[in-house]
Write a protein that binds this ligand. Structure first.
Ligand SMILES: Nc1nc2c(ncn2[C@@H]2O[C@H](COP(=O)(O)OP(=O)(O)OP(=O)(O)O)[C@@H](O)[C@H]2O)c(=O)[nH]1
Ligand SMILES: [Mg+2]
Length: 346
C-alpha cells in the first residue's frame, strides 16, 4: 500500500514520517535546510499471526505486509498543488493520502488547513477534467468518458470531492488512470502538542470530520517521533511514563486498513510464511493473482483454514481431520486471517 503524507509547510509531515518509519529525515525543511526533497520509507505491518505461524513453521523467510510512505515537501509557493507541478504528478501515484494538520500551538487552525487542502485538491482535479473534456470534444467514440467527466466537473464545480460520486466498476476503471486527488481515500492527521500525546481526537473535530465524511486521527508527532527513534527497551519505559498505551504507528496502521477496507490473507510453508494485503471482498481467484498471475490464470481451487482454527488445532492435518479445511472455488470471498493454499494448473 502506498500512502502519501501531504500538508502545509511546517505542519509536521517529516516529523510524522520519521515517527511512522523510525527513520531520521531532516525536519524543519521549511527553514531551508533541506531543499524540498521527497522522503521515501517502508514499514512492515506488525502481525502477531505471522509471528505465531513463523514459530510453528520455522520457514526460511518471513514476510510481513508493507506500507510505503512518501513524505512530500510543501512547494515553494503558497499553493502546494499548482497545476502541472511535479509534486502534483507524484501525488497522483499514491493510493491513500494522510493530510497532516498543524494542531500543536495556539495559532494552529487545523480545520481551516484541512478545508484549504481539500479545496486545492478539488481545483487541481477540475483543471485535469476540463483539459481532458476539451480534448475529448475533438475525438469520436468517447461518449461514455465524456459523460462521466461531465459528472465529475459538475461535482467539482460545486466544491464537492470526487469521493462523493458513486461509480460503477466500469466508471471506476475509466477514472483510475487520472489519479484524481479528491477521489483518494483520506485520513486527516491532527498533529497535536506533546501534552495531548495518547489522547483521542477532540470531540469537536470528530463532528466536523463526520460532516465532511473524512476519517481522522490525533497524534503528537514530535514526542512520538522521539519515541519511535528509541530502541525497543527504552521505548516501553518511555511510553508508560507519558501514558501512551499504544504507539501512534500502530494506531495509524489500523486506521489505514479500516479506511481502505483492507484485510490480510496468509500463506504458510517451510519456505515462506507471508501476509498478503487485499481489499475486503476480493475473490479467491483475484487473491491468487496477488501472489502470481499464473496462479490466478490456472486457478483450480483454494484450500482454506481460518487462522484461529489452525492455532487451536495446531496443524494442517488436524484441521483436515476436524473438517476445518474448506475447499473454495474462484468466487469465494477471502476473509481476514484465511490461511490459503492455492491449487492451480499452468
Ligand atoms: N511543538 C511541536 N512542534 C512540532 C510538532 N511537530 C512538528 N513540530 C515542529 O515543526 C517544525 C516542522 O516540522 P516538520 O516535520 O519538518 O514539518 P514539515 O511538514 O515536514 O515541513 P515542510 O517539509 O517544510 O513542509 C519542526 O521544527 C518541528 O520540530 C509537534 O507536534 N509539536
Ligand atoms: Mg518536511
Amino acid at each position: 500500500m502506498k500512502v502519501g503524507l501531504i500538508g502545509r509547510r511546517g505542519s509536521g509531515k517529516t516529523t510524522i514520517f520519521n515517527m511512522l518509519t523510525g527513520l531520521d529525515a531532516q525536519v524543519g525543511g521549511y527553514a531551508g535546510s533541506d531543499k524540498g526533497e521527497i522522503h521515501l520509507g517502508v514499514i512492515k505491518v506488525p502481525d502477531q499471526r505471522i509471528d505465531r505461524l513463523a514459530e510453528i513453521y520455522q520457514p526460511k523467510k518471513t514476510t510481513y505486509a508493507e506500507i510505503r510512505f512518501t513524505d512530500f515537501p510543501a512547494s515553494q509557493g503558497k499553493d502546494d498543488l499548482k497545476a502541472g507541478s511535479d509534486l502534483l504528478s507524484q501525488m497522483r501515484e499514491v493510493e491513500a493520502m494522510a493530510l497532516v494538520l498543524r494542531d500543536f500551538d495556539v495559532q494552529a487552525e487545523p480545520l481551516k488547513e484541512l478545508d484549504n487542502l481539500l479545496a486545492e485538491m478539488i481545483l487541481a482535479d477540475l483543471v485535469v477534467v476540463e483539459n481532458r473534456l476539451a480534448r475529448l470534444k475533438k475525438e469520436k467514440g468517447k461518449e461514455q468518458e465524456s459523460l462521466l467527466l461531465e459528472r465529475c466537473r459538475k461535482a467539482l464545480e460545486n466544491e464537492e470531492s470526487l469521493r462523493s460520486l458513486s461509480l460503477t466498476p466500469d466508471e471506476e476503471a475509466l477514472l483510475s488512470g487520472f489519479g484524481f486527488l479528491s477521489r483518494k481515500p483520506l485520513l486527516a492527521l491532527f498533529n497535536t502538542s506533546d501534552e495531548r500525546a495518547g489522547q483521542p481526537l477532540l470531540r469537536a473535530y470528530e463532528e466536523e470530520l463526520r460532516r465532511r465524511a473524512i476519517q481522522g486521527l490525533a497524534l503528537a508527532g514530535k514526542v512520538e517521533m522521539e519515541i519511535a527513534q528509541l530502541n525497543e527497551a527504552d521505548r516501553e519505559v518511555f511510553l508508560k511514563e507519558i501514558g501512551i498505551e499504544e504507539p501512534a504507528r500502530a494506531r495509524f496502521i489500523r486506521a489505514s486498513y479500516r479506511l481502505l477496507d483492507l484485510i490480510s490473507f496468509l500463506t504458510t510453508g517451510k519456505d515462506e510464511v507471508r501476509a498478503w494485503t487485499i481489499k475486503r471482498g476480493t475473490t479467491a481467484k483475484k487473491a491468487a493473482g496477488k501472489i502470481h498471475s499464473d496462479i490466478e490464470r490456472g486457478f483450480i481451487r483454494a484450500e482454506v483454514v481460518p487462522y484461529e482454527d489452525f492455532i487451536v488445532l495446531g496443524s494442517e492435518a488436524k484441521c483436515r481431520e476436524a473438517g476445518k479445511l474448506r475447499l473454495e472455488g474462484k468466487d469465494y470471498s477471502v476473509q481476514d486471517g484465511d490461511i490459503i493454499h492455492f491449487r492451480f494448473n499452468v
